[in-house]
Design a protein around this ligand. Structure first.
Ligand code: ADP
Length: 497
C-alpha cells in the first residue's frame, strides 16, 4: 500500500496542502488565498473561520489532484505563519475576534509602555525576543481588553488562545486538543525558552490568564488525532512555525548550519545547538524545534525588504514585467558602476535597527541606466545577506561554513552567485525550494517512523546548484565598503530629522 505524509502550510496570504512521498518529493499540492482585512492603518486581520474552511478545501483538492485516498496518509504535519493570534470560545468553538496578524502594529504603544517600565531586558533574557508588537502576547491582551466580556470569560476559563497551528488542530480534532509546539510557543512573548515553560511573570506583565494557553509539545511527536475531514483517523505528529520548518526542511540539523529564505522579506536562521545564546547584534534567539526529547535553538535575523524590492522594480518603477526578468537586464551591465540601492522602504531591521530609515539610491551619474538600478537592487539582497551573516558569525563566534538558500528570489542565478561572491562562501540551492512544507513533513514523518532519522532525510535531499565564490578579495572589499557607505547615507538621512 502507498503511504504519504500530508503537510498543511498555513501562510500569511494562502493555505496550502502538500502531499510528500518517501523520497521527500512533493506529489500533489493545492493552494488557495484568503481575505486580508485592513481595518485601520497598521492593522491586519484574518478571519479564522475562513482560514479553516480554506484549509478544508485545499486538503480535499490536494488529495483529489494526487488521487490519494485518506487511508494512504500516514501522518499530518502543520507549519504556519508565526505569531498570528486567535482567541476563541471553548464552548462554542467560535473566535471572539478576528486573528490579529504578525505584522499588525496596533500594540506598539502598549509595547512602548512596557519598555518605559523597564521590562525589555527581562523579556530578552526569558524569551530571546525583543519588545515588539510582532509577537503574540500583546495581541492577546488587546483582544481581552477590547472585546466586550472577553476578559471575564478568559478569567472563568472559557477562552482559548493559540497561533494558527493550534486553531487548526482544535478544528481537526473537533475541539478535543488545544496544543502547540515549542517553536510556535517561543514567538508568543509568554514562553520561557530556557526552562521551556509558560512564564508567570510574563503572563502577569501582559495580564493574560494561564488557563487560555495551549499545552506545549515537542515539534516531532504525537499532538492529536484528526477526526474531522478524513474518512479515517490520522495522527498529527509534526508542528513548527514557518521559518523553523524551513530550517528543518533545509536539513540544518547540525550546530552552525544556516539558511536564508529570499521571500518578500528575507529571513536568516542558524542552528546554534542545544543552548540559547543571546545576540549582541539585535538578532533573535528562538526555538527551532523539539525532537527526540531535545530542543534545538536558532538565531534569527530578518531583512524587511528582499523580494519586495524586486516587486518595487516591477510594480512601481515598471522597469520589468516579471520578477525573473531582473536577471536579464542586470546582466547587461557590470557591478563596477558604483550605484547602490538600499531598499529600506520600511526601515532597517537587523543589524542596523532604524524604524525611520527609508530607501536610498546613491552613486548616480549622468550615464546611470535602468539596468544599473535593477542590478544594484538585486545586489542589495546579497549585501543585506552579508550584513546578517557577519552579525550571526560574530554572535556565534565562528565563521559559517556554507549558506543554504530558498524562497522565490534565490531562483535568480545572478543574485545568488553575487551572494556567494560577496560572502566569499559556498551558497547551496536545493532542487525543492518548498522547504517549509518539507520541514513539517519531515517532523511528522520522523515521529511515526516514516523516516528513520535525520541522516536518512539528508540522503534524499537533492541539490540543484552550489554557487562557488569567484570574486577577488580586493573587489569584494571595495564593493562591500561601498554598500556600507550607502547604508550610512540612509542612516544619516534618517537621523537628521
Ligand atoms: P513569499 O513566500 O514571501 O510570498 P516567495 O518565496 O514566493 O515569497 O518569493 C516571492 C518573491 O521572490 C517576490 O518578492 C518576487 O519578486 C521574488 N522573485 C521571484 N522570482 C524571482 C527572480 N527570478 N528574481 C528575483 N526575484 C524573484
Amino acid at each position: 500500500m502507498r503511504e504519504f505524509i500530508l503537510t498543511i502550510d498555513e501562510g500569511t496570504t494562502s493555505a496550502r496542502a502538500i502531499v510528500f512521498n518517501h523520497e521527500g518529493d512533493c506529489v500533489s499540492v493545492a493552494a488557495k488565498e484568503f481575505t486580508q482585512y485592513y481595518p485601520a492603518s497598521g492593522w491586519l486581520e484574518h478571519d479564522p473561520n475562513e482560514i479553516w474552511t480554506t484549509t478544508i478545501e485545499v486538503i480535499k483538492k490536494a488529495m483529489q489532484n494526487g488521487n490519494i485516498a485518506d487511508n494512504e496518509i500516514k501522518a499530518i504535519g502543520i507549519t504556519n505563519q508565526r505569531e498570528t493570534t486567535v482567541v476563541w470560545d471553548k464552548c462554542t468553538g467560535k473566535p471572539v475576534y478576528n486573528a490579529i496578524v504578525w505584522g499588525d502594529r496596533r500594540t506598539a504603544e502598549f509595547c512602548d509602555g512596557l519598555r518605559n517600565k523597564g521590562y525589555e531586558p527581562i523579556i530578552k533574557q526569558k524569551t530571546g525576543l525583543v519588545l515588539d508588537p510582532y509577537f503574540s502576547g500583546t495581541k492577546v491582551r488587546w483582544i481581552l481588553d477590547h472585546v466586550e466580556g472577553a476578559r471575564e470569560k478568559a478569567e472563568n476559563g472559557d477562552l482559548l488562545f493559540s497561533n494558527i497551528d493550534g486553531w487548526i488542530i482544535w478544528n481537526l480534532t473537533g475541539g478535543k486538543a488545544h496544543v502547540t509546539d515549542y517553536s510556535n510557543a517561543s514567538r508568543t512573548l509568554m514562553f520561557n525558552i530556557n526552562d521551556l515553560k509558560w512564564d508567570n511573570e510574563l503572563l502577569s506583565m501582559l495580564d493574560v490568564p494561564a488557563n487560555m494557553l495551549p499545552e506545549v509539545k515537542q515539534s516531532s511527536g504525537y499532538f492529536a488525532t484528526a477526526t474531522k475531514i478524513f474518512k479515517n483517523q490520522i495522527p498529527i505528529t509534526g508542528v513548527a512555525g514557518d521559518q523553523m520548518a524551513a530550517t528543518f526542511g533545509q536539513c540544518c540539523f547540525e550546530k552552525g548550519m544556516s539558511k536564508f529564505t529570499y521571500g518578500t522579506a528575507g529571513v536568516m536562521t542558524m542552528n546554534i545547538g542545544d543552548k540559547p545564546i543571546a545576540s549582541k547584534n539585535g538578532l533573535l534567539t528562538t526555538i527551532g524545534w523539539g525532537l527526540n526529547g531535545k530542543v534545538v535553538y536558532l538565531m534569527e535575523g530578518i531583512v524587511y525588504n528582499a523580494g519586495s524590492a524586486i516587486q518595487w522594480l516591477r510594480d512601481e518603477l515598471k522597469f520589468i514585467e516579471a520578477s525573473p526578468d531582473s536577471e536579464f537586464f542586470a546582466k547587461k551591465v557590470g557591478d563596477d558602476n558604483e550605484v547602490y540601492v538600499v531598499p529600506a522602504f520600511t526601515g532597517f531591521a537587523a543589524p542596523y535597527w532604524d524604524a525611520y530609515a527609508r530607501g536610498t539610491i546613491v552613486g548616480l551619474s549622468r550615464g546611470t541606466s535602468k539596468n544599473n538600478i535593477i542590478r544594484a537592487t538585486l545586489e542589495s539582497l546579497s549585501y543585506q545577506t552579508k550584513d546578517l551573516v557577519d552579525a550571526l558569525a560574530e554572535d556565534f563566534g565562528q565563521r559559517l561554513p556554507l549558506l543554504k538558500v530558498d524562497g522565490g528570489a534565490c531562483r535568480n542565478d545572478l543574485m545568488t552567485q553575487f551572494t556567494s561572491d560577496i560572502l566569499d562562501m559556498d551558497v547551496e540551492r536545493p532542487s525543492n525550494v518548498e522547504t517549509t512544507a518539507a520541514g513539517a513533513a519531515y517532523l511528522a514523518g520522523l515521529a511515526v517512523g516514516y523516516w528513520k532519522n535525520e541522516e536518512e532525510i539528508v540522503q534524499y535531499r537533492k541539490i540543484d546548484k552550489v554557487f562557488h565564490p569567484s570574486m577577488d578579495e580586493e573587489t569584494r572589499k571595495k564593493l562591500y565598503k561601498g554598500w556600507k557607505r550607502a547604508v550610512n547615507a540612509a542612516l544619516a538621512w534618517s537621523k537628521d530629522r
